[in-house]
Write a protein that binds this ligand. Structure first.
Ligand code: C5P
Length: 227
């Protein structure tokens, strides 16, 4: 299991200061919407300057018509990131189009699809998708697998079921991790590192419990011990 640290701080300077503090640890860095919209490619370059070995997950959750998503995926190739994601609800055709577009490159980042956001509870999810979270997450995961992506973003509670439906090698990445019982914030389906491990999760994403801590490096070290 690998740890992805969400760089969700209010300014680029704060995000870079966080990365500087934790650069000794083998973690992935997650660049989300706020950081990318605000700081763009220079931020990605600055991360690599601090730690040339770091792996970067660009969490932009693409959702659009197939051709626009494939165009965006092709542009992402120029950034040199190691993983990015799309929404599975954009449909199997959109996901297949993205993967076909990346075929011409010798190597490509890992591509994941979001099944159900971990901030959804059953009631809100039902009002959007008209289905129970677990059922729909399984269906989205099957679509993602059949479209040739590398894995899904899901909650810890769906990981094992998704792997049994697809393959053990099909990756699961789970946000909503609260390693030491911290506040859930806006996350509804939170879990511990131990449960993530039991449920065969490949990547855990941790944001607030690390970047809001007084000593982020020691929290990272403690989480890595548990992996
Ligand atoms: O602070 P916290 O640990 O809740 O951060 C979780 C991170 O994972 C945030 O950056 C959030 O955007 C992201 N994320 C999520 N749920 C998803 C996909 C991504 O919480 N399904």
């Amino acid at each position: 299991m690998e740890l992805c640290v969400a760089l969700d701080l209010p300014t680029m300077e704060e995000n870079l200061a966080l990365v500087e503090k934790i650069k000794a640890y083998p973690v992935w860095l997650k660049v989300g919407l706020r950081a990318y919209i605000r700081d763009g490619e220079p931020f990605i370059k600055a991360l690599k300057k601090i730690n040339p070995e770091c792996k970067i997950f660009l969490d932009l959750k693409l959702y659009d018509i197939p051709n626009t998503m494939a165009d965006a995926a092709e542009s992402i190739m120029g950034l040199g990131v190691d993983m990015f994601n799309v929404h599975a609800s954009a449909g199997k055709k959109a996901m297949t189009t993205v993967m076909q577009r990346l075929e011409k490159f010798e190597s490509r980042p890992l591509v994941l699809a979001v099944t159900a956001l971990t901030s959804f509870d059953e009631a809100e999810f039902g009002s959007v998708y008209g289905e129970k979270i677990a059922l729909k997450a399984d269906q989205f995961a099957k679509d993602t697998y059949e479209a040739g992506l590398d894995g899904v973003v899901c909650s810890v509670f769906e990981s094992a079921s998704i792997k049994s439906l697809t393959s053990d090698a099909f990756l699961t990445l789970t946000p909503g991790i609260r390693p030491f019982g911290e506040a859930a914030g806006d996350q509804q389906r939170v879990a511990t590192v131990e449960l993530a491990h039991q449920e065969k999760v490949d990547f855990i994403v941790v944001g607030r419990p690390i970047y809001q801590a007084e000593d982020p490096a020691s929290v990272v070290a403690k989480i890595l011990e548990k992996l």
